[in-house]
Design a protein around this ligand. Structure first.
Ligand code: NAD
Length: 491
């Protein structure tokens, strides 16, 4: 496996030897004392696992930007995982073979290469993706991710998961996902705006308010959605413009966004934790939790759990992990992360390593970062009763087996993080009807919708004697199967 710094013209690339304990430097454009091409070295850094030997350039501020290796290492099989899970659901319930054939493939895979002028006057060619998995239930719907690890396989996997999620929650949308392979930290705000606008332009009519509706995901937010909205609206005929405001969801409130959308995914996670806790004698006032990923989903879930009196013991993000047995204030940590870009250096908690983070004894673990974080190795370390999957695909199939053996309960991703797409649907509806719902109404409807999905998964798990992840897939597949059977296959 190659670890390369793609953002800086392949200045560095390394490959592991000796089960990742020793590394060989393959290519290093600028040279660096002690790290000649072909040289071998040892030492494991927290992120890329090379420690101080990590050859990636150290940016100002001293944080090693080693998202790359973990992204490469972990994501390679994410689409295979999605297909394996589909097979598992089919093993439990024999779904129509022809319909499964349709659902095993994505409908459209759009890859665009587009030029963007950088601040230094040079032009950079970037690659963006939009995968539309299925639209049997309604317009394609799914987030946009800006991350160095983005590639077609990852986006296919995430698009497929979106189809399951919308089917499971009874939302009249299909499944899609998109993204650009980049690290936003490498670009200025002006460059990010030009990249976003040019990507939107390159996608053209492949997105649209009643056809395919993007939303925020990792490293994208309401501002990015506003740029997409404005670009899209600027490229249609003047008399069409105001009918296109709902081309994206997760917009700023003033631009047509919904109350409660920003916190929606974290809110949904907490509604389900409350529900699970009430059914399993877990007192949230006395409960403890750990969180991986402290962006939109992780920070909101933490802040909302704090309102119950639960205690946050440890947090890990891309910059490091911190712990405080007396508790970390999620609001205070959120303010710190906003200012410093991550949890690293947070003075009110001690730095800990990856394994210690995973081994922290707590009642609840909320993974809210990337895919494949809970593997067979990390699942063995976990010391929790419940995992509430805020992230998409945080558990790989081997990790899942360990969790089942160890009887750690899981609220699976397609159920647990569905609050985002549910409130996106509410935003879309409000835009179409020119309505504005207050926060109380949004939260009430979100709770009702996500609890109904929880009921369906619980009932399917009991009926088919399967784990909750398989049950959630059975519910989603059953709905899609019914719709395909009713309509038939054209022609
Ligand atoms: P975000 O960009 O706001 O936050 C991502 C967080 O993950 C950051 O704290 C980042 O530091 C951390 N992270 C990244 N790489 C990491 C690594 N290698 N190790 C540890 N931490 C790492 O993104 P988000 O919107 O909060 O999304 C997080 C997850 O939730 C993703 O899986 C996303 O697909 C899923 N999700 C998001 C939404 C939404 O509405 N935003 C909805 C459903 C699911």
């Amino acid at each position: 496996m190659i670890h390369s710094d793609q953002q800086s013209d392949n200045r560095v690339s390394v490959e592991p030897v000796d089960k990742r304990k020793e590394w060989k430097l393959l290519y290093h454009q600028h040279g660096r004392p002690g790290l000649e091409e072909g040289s071998r070295f040892k030492g494991l850094c927290r992120f890329c696992e090379l420690n101080d030997m990590c050859p990636l350039p150290k940016p100002e501020g001293g944080i090693w930007r080693c998202t790359y290796y973990r992204a490469f290492r972990k994501k390679s099989n994410v689409y295979d995982n999605v297909l394996k899970q589909l097979e598992k659901a089919q093993d439990a319930v024999p779904f129509d073979e022809n319909i499964c054939k349709i659902l095993t493939e994505t409908m459209n895979e759009i890859i665009v290469h587009f030029p963007v002028k950088m601040n230094d006057g040079k032009v950079k060619i970037l690659t963006g993706y939009r995968v539309q998995h299925n639209n049997a239930l309604g317009p394609f719907k799914g987030g946009l991710r800006f991350h160095p690890g983005v590639d077609i396989k990852e986006i296919k996997a995430l698009a497929t998961m979106m189809t399951w999620k919308t089917a499971l929650t009874n939302i009249p949308f299909g499944g899609a996902k998109g993204g650009i392979q980049l690290d936003p930290a490498d670009y200025s705000t002006e460059e990010m705006e030009r990249i976003t606008r040019r990507f939107t332009y390159a996608l053209g009519d492949n997105i649209g308010p009643d056809y395919d509706i993007p939303a925020p995901d990792v490293n994208t937010n309401a501002q990015i959605m506003a740029w997409i909205q404005d670009t899209y609206m600027s490229t249609v005929a003047p008399n069409e413009r105001n009918r296109c405001a709902h081309v994206v969801t997760g917009k700023p409130i003033e631009s047509g966004g919904s109350q409660g959308r920003e916190k929606a995914t974290g809110q949904g996670v907490v509604f389900l934790i409350e529900r699970w806790a009430s059914e399993h004698s877990m007192d949230l006032k006395a409960a403890t939790y750990i969180v991986q990923g402290f962006g939109n989903v992780g920070s909101w879930a933490s802040r909302l759990l704090k309102r119950h009196g639960s205690k946050l013991l440890a947090v890990e993000d891309v910059t490091g992990a911190v712990s405080n047995p007396k508790g970390i204030d999620p609001d205070d940590l959120s303010a710190y992360v906003k200012e410093h870009g991550g949890v690293r250096g947070y003075a009110k908690a001690e730095p800990i390593d990856h394994a210690t983070f995973f081994g922290t004894k707590a009642d609840i673990f909320i993974p809210a970062a990337l895919e494949n974080q809970i593997t067979d190795a990390t699942a063995e370390l976990l010391n929790v009763r419940l995992i509430a999957e805020g992230a998409n695909g945080p558990t790989d199939p081997d990790g899942d087996k360990v969790l089942q053996r160890r009887k750690i309960a899981v609220i699976p991703d397609i159920l647990c993080n569905s609050g985002g797409v549910i409130v996106s649907y509410f935003e879309w509806l409000q835009n179409k009807r020119s309505e504005f719902w207050d926060l109380e109404e949004v939260d009430f409807k979100l709770k009702k919708t996500i609890h109904a999905a929880y009921d369906r998964v619980q009932a399917a798990a009991e009926k088919h004697s399967v784990d909750w992840r398989t049950a959630a897939h059975i519910v989603a597949l059953s709905k899609l199967e019914t719709v395909y059977k009713e309509r038939g296959i054209f022609p």
